[in-house]
Design a protein around this ligand. Structure first.
Ligand code: P1T
Length: 377
């Protein structure tokens, strides 16, 4: 079956009670039991909810995974996946993840005896060198937020598996439409469904998809034990969102390419970070690993002052954190999404005070370009 058919039908069976074509929002905390221990597979809504189950089947199918779990946010999905490792274990992480992921690993989980090393995973020799006898997981984001560095997922999977470690990929920037990490040996895919999967900037959520049954049992146990579940209403919204994922991603990709090309030719722009450009150092890898390049573009204006001018003079693009919605958003990574990354580390990664990030929406692209042009000028 094709991607759009799966997106529209997986998990979306007509409701067994009423025949409703759209999966209902089961807004309930608990379920009546006919007699003691005799129920319809649903006992308590932290543990199971039909709206959430439908979404879990849907996104798992889109990632080509057997199991899927929906969480209250992207961060809680990542946190649940990190509960597969224990105190004394070592995790290799890409050095340019979303700032919140860095914060969770560096400021929270490191307090519980988990050891993290942050390396540039776009160079496989850095990954090879970072392995220790206690390495149990490699966590990558590709392309990275916001510098758009691409990691070779097959190469990382091969190295990690040779060391008996799991590979986790945060696929938020691509969505399963543009990249399916499991095709390259990745064990677990995480998402902030807040972004492209929901696609309409009206829900916070997260997801973990995987094939290993034992790991899936543990993540399900964690989901129920900690309770950072996606609500029925948010599950409904994301399920509605994924039905149009393919058409939205095509539009984001088309507009993203056009905006990146425009920026690359603009005299006020010093550098553009977009894997779809021939000048991107991993353009060839991105072309092989991804079905497209998506709607995330970052560019260097040269100074905080120049960045501020762009950010404060746009009219169509909205100055806001987040990404992946139908509307174009513009942000300043150094003070917004990556403020929790130390300044010297930010600087070395290229997250300068002059860096601006655009989540290119699906408006008419001439209007987005005209807006950026007038703000730059
Ligand atoms: O916000 P939340 O749903 O918890 O997702 C966190 C997250 C995880 N992974 C990636 C790659 C992300 O970009 C994010 C959230 N990012 C933003 C809010 C942002 O503007 O970049």
């Amino acid at each position: 079956m094709g991607f759009s058919t799966i997106a529209i039908h997986a998990g979306n069976e007509p409701d067994s009670a009423t025949g409703a074509v759209s999966v209902p929002i089961y807004q309930t905390s608990t379920y009546a039991q006919e007699s003691l221990g005799n129920h319809k597979g649903f006992e308590y809504a932290r543990t199971q909810n039909p709206t959430r189950s439908a979404l879990e089947k849907n996104i798992a199918a889109l990632e080509g995974a057997k199991f899927g779990f929906a969480f209250a946010s992207g961060m809680s999905a990542t946190d649940a996946v990190l509960k597969l490792v224990k105190a004394g274990d070592h995790v290799i992480v890409g050095d340019n993840t979303y700032g919140g992921t860095f914060r969770l690993f560096n400021k929270v989980l490191s307090n519980y005896g988990i050891e993290f090393d942050f390396v540039d995973t776009s160079d496989i020799t850095n990954v090879e060198r970072a392995f220790k006898p206690n390495t149990k997981m490699v966590f990558v984001e590709t392309p990275t937020n916001p510098i758009m560095t691409v990691t070779d997922l097959q190469a990382v999977s091969d190295v990690a598996h040779a060391h008996g470690a799991r590979v986790v990929c945060d696929n938020t920037f691509m969505s399963p439409y543009l990249q399916q990490p499991m095709n390259f040996g990745v064990d677990i895919v995480v998402h902030s469904t807040t972004k492209y999967l929901n696609g309409h900037s009206d829900s916070i959520g997260g997801f973990a998809a995987l094939n290993n049954e034992e790991d899936a049992e543990w993540i399900k146990f964690i989901q129920n034990s900690i309770g950072a579940i996606l609500s029925p209403f948010d599950s409904f919204l994301v399920l509605r969102g994924t039905k149009t994922l393919a058409v939205r991603m095509e539009a984001h990709d088309k507009n993203g390419r056009a905006v990146a090309t425009f920026l690359a030719e603009h005299p006020k722009v010093k550098k553009v970070y977009y894997p779809g450009l021939l000048s991107h150092p991993q353009h060839e890898l991105a072309s092989r690993q991804q079905k497209g390049f998506g709607g995330m573009v970052a560019f260097e204006t040269g100074s905080l002052e120049s960045a501020k001018k762009v950010l404060e003079n746009v009219k169509l693009c909205t100055l806001a954190e987040s990404l992946g919605g139908v509307e174009s958003l513009i942000s300043h990574p150094a003070t917004m999404t990556h403020a929790s990354v130390p300044a010297d580390k930010r600087e070395s990664l290229g997250i300068t005070d002059g860096l601006v990030r655009v989540s290119v929406g699906i408006e008419d692209v001439e209007d987005i370009i005209e807006d950026l042009d007038q703000a730059l000028n």
